[in-house]
Design a protein around this ligand. Structure first.
Ligand code: HEM
Length: 676
C-alpha cells in the first residue's frame, strides 16, 4: 500500500513540519536551508551520465549515504555520526560498506559548491531527509548545525586502525561487541549475508539486536528503520567480478566497477556495490509498507545471486498469490521474520502503515540528529520539538535567582560547615569545600563532547540511574545537607546552579584565585523526573579500556579536554572523607588546599600499590610517606610522555597549574550550556 502525501500529512502532520518552515530560523550562519533543500529536490531526478540514477531517482542512493554517514554513531562513547562529515575521509571512506558512496558525494558536490556555507554533514543529512519526503515518506523534521572536520582523525577509533585496537579490539571481525558499534568493522552494522556470512537468518537476529542496541535503537526503531529504509532503492551486484579497487588501493578512481563493457561498464545496470542484486519492493521510489508485506506474503528461499552472494528469492505460499518477479531480500531482512519479537513488529508494520510512518519518522530523526546533542543545538527551519533521545530539560524559570547573592549564602556555609559530611582541616575544623568541589566535578563529569550529551545542567546525576554510578556515591547526601536548604530558601535558585557555584566559591577561596569567577554562569535548571532509561544509559561510566594510559587519554578526548586541562583537573583538592567513602585509604594532601601538591609528589615520590581499589581504579601509597595516597590514574600522568611534561611544568610552577585549573574548571562547568 502506498501512503499518499496527503494521507501521510493527515495521519502524521509530519509533512506540515518539514514543508512549512519557520521563516525566522531558515538561515543559520549564512546557510539558506530552504534554498539548499529546493536544489536537492531538483537534483534528485536530474540523472547524470557519470552515475545514472536507478529508476531516474537518486533518492535511495542518498538515503543510503545519509544512513551510512549517521549510522557509525555508537552510544558507548558518543563517537561516530555524520557531524564532521568524515564519511569523506579515510578510514570511513574506505570501509567496504561505503562502496560507491563516493559517487553519491559526487552527486552532491555541485550543491556544496553552490551553497558553500552548508557543512557536508548537514548537506548529506538534508539530502537523505529530502529524498524521503520526495518519495512520499514521513519526515519528523530536520536538525541542522553540523560542522565539518578537516580530516578523518575522529573516526580512527571506529577502525580499522591501531587506535581502535588500543581502545576496543575486535579479535574476530564479525564478532565485534560493545563498545564498538557494528559486529563487523568496516560495515555499518551487521553482515547482510548472515553472521560471518553464513546465510542463516536465525543466527543474524542476535547480531541485529545487539548492534542496533549499541547504536541506541530499540526493537521498534530497528525494524522500522531497516524496513523503512529498504522500502526504497535496490542492492547492486550485477556480476560476480566485483567493484574493483577500494579507495585505499586506488584513491584516484575507487571502485570503478568491473561488470559490463564499454561506456556503461561498472554503472547503471552494471553496478556492483554490495554484491547482492535487486530491489525489496516493486515500488522502490515510493514510500510503502510493501517490504513488510513481502516478507510475510511469500516463502523465501536462499539462492546465489548474480553477484555471487547469498540472497533470498520469493516463492508463492501454496494457494496464495504469486510473488512479483525481481524482488529479493537479504539474510538480515529474513532475520526479521525468523524471531518472534521482530516478526510481531513486521506484522504490525505490514498491516498498519501509519504506525510504521510514525516510528520511521521518529527513528530517522533520532538516527540522523543524535550526534548533535540537545535540541537547542539544532539549527534550521524544520527543527522538531525536543525528543527523548535529546535528554530534554525543563524550561528555565522566568526569574532566576541572582548568582552573587547566592554566592554569599554559599560562603556562609563554607565558613561554618558543621552539619553533614565533611573533612577535617589541619587545625581540626570541619571543612565541606572539597566535598562541594567533588559534587560539582561529578555533576559535570557526564558531559561528552563527542555527542554533546550530559553535563551538570539539569543535575541529572542526582536521579536514576546516574545516582547509582559508583563515583557519584555520597554526592546526593552533600547536596541535600548543604545545598538543598539554600535552594529551598531562595526562589528561582536551581540546585544545578548552586552545585557549580559552591564548587567554584570553594575553589576560589582555597586558592586565592578569584578569576575562577570570571567564567561563572547561571541559568541551569533541575530535572524533576529522571530521563528515559534507554536514552540516559549511554552516560554510564566508561570502564572498558584495559590500558590505564589509553583510558585516561580517551576520557579527555571524549570530554573535549586538552592534555593540560585533563592534567590540571587531577590536581583538584581531594576530600579524604569522600576517598574513604569510595573505599580508599585517604587523599594525597590537605583537602582544604588548592595548589600543585599532587604534581610535586608525582615527580619526587616512589609509589607502591595498596591493597585497595575503587571506582576510580587502584590506589597507591608513597613509599616514604605512608599517609599520602594517589590513584593509578594520577600515576598515569607521569607515565604518559605528553602528560608528564605538563606534570613537570605544574610541579615547578603553581601559578601555571592554577591558570590551567581555572581554564579547565570553567570548560567543564559550562560545556553543556548554550553559547552566551
Ligand atoms: C541498500 C544492507 C539497514 C537504507 C542496502 C544494501 C545492503 C544493505 C547490502 C545494498 C547496497 C548496494 O549494493 O547498493 C543493510 C543492512 C542493514 C541495513 C544489513 C541492517 C541490518 C538500513 C537502514 C536504512 C537503509 C537502517 C535506512 C534507514 C538503505 C537504502 C538502500 C540500502 C535506501 C538502497 C540504496 C540504493 O538504492 O542505492 N542496504 N541495510 N538500510 N539500504 Fe540498507
Amino acid at each position: 500500500m502506498r501512503l499518499s502525501r496527503a494521507a501521510a500529512s493527515a495521519v502524521l502532520g509530519f509533512f506540515a513540519l518539514f514543508a512549512t518552515s519557520n521563516a525566522n530560523n531558515s538561515h543559520h550562519q549564512g546557510v539558506d536551508y530552504e534554498a539548499v533543500k529546493s536544489d536537492i529536490w531538483a537534483a534528485l531526478t536530474d540523472s547524470k551520465e557519470f552515475w545514472p540514477a536507478d529508476f531516474g531517482n537518486y533518492g535511495p542512493f542518498l538515503i543510503r549515504l545519509a544512513w551510512h554517514c549517521a549510522g557509525s554513531y555508537r552510544t558507548s562513547d558518543g563517537r561516530g555520526g555524520c557531524d564532521g562529515g568524515r564519511i569523506r575521509y579515510l578510514p570511513e571512506r574506505g570501509w567496504p560498506d561505503n562502496v560507491n558512496l563516493d559517487k553519491a558525494l559526487d552527486v552532491l558536490e555541485p550543491l556544496k559548491i553552490r551553497h558553500p556555507s552548508i557543512s557536508w554533514g548537514d548537506l548529506i543529512i538534508l539530502a537523505g531527509t529530502t529524498a524521503i519526503e520526495h518519495m512520499g515518506g514521513p519526515v519528523l523534521g530536520y536538525c541542522g548545525g553540523r560542522t565539518d572536520d578537516a580530516n578523518g582523525d575522529a573516526s580512527l577509533q571506529l577502525g580499522p586502525t591501531a587506535l581502535q585496537v588500543d581502545i576496543a579490539n575486535c579479535t574476530l571481525n564479525g564478532n565485534c561487541s560493545f563498545p564498538l558499534g557494528p559486529t563487523t568493522i568496516g560495515l555499518i552494522y551487521v553482515n547482510p549475508e548472515g553472521h560471518l556470512a553464513d546465510g542463516d537468518p536465525v543466527g543474524i537476529t542476535p547480531d541485529i539486536r545487539s548492534s542496533f542496541g549499541r547504536m541506541g535503537m530499540n526493537d521498534r526503531e530497528t525494524v522500522a528503520l531497516i524496513g523503512g529504509g529498504h522500502s526504497f532503492g535496490k542492492a547492486h551486484g550485477a556480476c560476480p567480478t566485483g567493484a574493483g579497487p577500494s579507495p585505499i588501493e586506488d584513491p584516484a578512481n575507487p571502485w570503478p566497477g568491473t561488470c559490463g563493457n564499454g561506456t556503461s561498464k561498472g554503472k547503471g545496470r552494471n553496478t556492483f556495490s554490495s554484491g547482492f542484486e535487486g530491489p525489496w519492493t516493486t515500488a522502490p521510489t515510493n514510500w510503502t509498507n510493501q517490504y513488510f508485506s513481502n516478507l510475510l506474503d511469500f516463502n523465501w528461499t536462499i539462492i546465489t545471486g548474480p553477484g555471487a552472494h547469498k540472497q533470498w528469492t520469493p516463492n508463492a505460499i501454496s494457494g496464495k498469490k504469486s510473488p512479483p518477479s525481481g524482488i529479493m531480500m537479504l539474510t538480515s531482512d529474513i532475520g526479521l521474520i525468523s524471531e518472534d519479537k521482530y516478526k510481531a513488529l513486521v506484522q504490525e508494520y505490514a498491516t498498519n502503515i501509519s504506525s510504521l510512518s510514525t516510528e520511521f519518522a521518529h527513528a530517522w530523526y533520532k538516527l540522523t540528529s543524535r550526534d548533535i546533542g540537545p535540541a537547542w543545538r539544532c539549527k534550521g527551519p524544520w527543527v522538531a520539538p525536543p525528543q527523548p533521545f535529546q535528554l530534554p530539560l525543563p524550561d528555565a524559570p522566568a526569574q532566576s535567582a541572582d548568582l552573587w547573592s547566592l554566592a554569599d549564602k554559599v560562603k556562609n556555609v563554607l565558613s561554618a560547615s558543621t552539619k553533614g559530611p565533611s573533612d577535617t582541616t589541619a587545625d581540626g575544623q570541619p571543612y565541606v569545600g572539597a566535598l562541594l568541589i567533588n559534587v560539582a566535578k561529578q555533576c559535570a563529569s557526564s558531559y561528552r563532547d563527542t555527542d554533546h550529551s550530559g553535563g551538570c545542567n539539569g543535575a541529572s546525576f542526582l536521579l536514576a540511574p546516574q545516582n547509582d554510578y559508583p563515583l557519584n556515591k555520597g554526592t546526593g547526601d552533600v547536596v541535600s545537607s548543604v545545598l538543598k536548604p539554600i535552594a529551598d530558601a531562595t526562589p528561582g535558585a536551581s540546585i544545578a546552579d548552586l552545585i557549580v557555584l559552591s564548587g567554584t566559591v570553594a575553589l576560589a577561596q582555597a586558592s586565592g584565585r578569584y578569576d575562577f569567577y570570571d567564567h561563572l554562569r547561571g541559568g541551569r535548571v533541575d530535572l524533576k523526573t529522571a530521563w528515559n532509561l534507554e536514552e540516559v544509559s549511554r552516560l554510564a561510566p566508561r570502564t572498558y579500556i584495559a590500558n590505564p594510559i589509553v583510558a585516561v587519554r580517551d576520557d579527555w578526548v571524549v570530554r573535549g579536554l586538552t592534555v593540560p586541562q585533563g592534567v590540571a583537573l587531577a590536581g583538584l583538592p581531594r576530600s579524604t572523607f569522600q576517598q574513604k567513602n569510595l573505599g580508599y585509604s585517604g587523599s594525597f594532601g590537605d583537602p582544604s588546599k588548592v595548589d600543585n601538591t599532587l604534581f610535586k609528589l608525582l615527580v619526587t615520590e616512589s609509589w607502591v600499590p595498596t591493597n585497595k581499589t575503587g571506582p576510580a581504579g587502584p590506589e597507591y601509597v608513597a613509599v616514604d610517606k605512608p599517609d599520602v595516597f594517589v590513584l593509578q590514574s594520577d600515576l598515569v600522568l607521569h607515565w604518559d610522555g605528553e602528560a608528564k611534561a605538563v606534570v613537570q611544568e605544574f610541579a615547578a610552577d603553581n601559578d601555571a597549574f592554577l591558570d590551567a585549573l581555572v581554564d579547565a574548571w570553567s570548560t567543564i562547568m559550562n560545556a553543556d550550556l548554550p553559547p552566551k
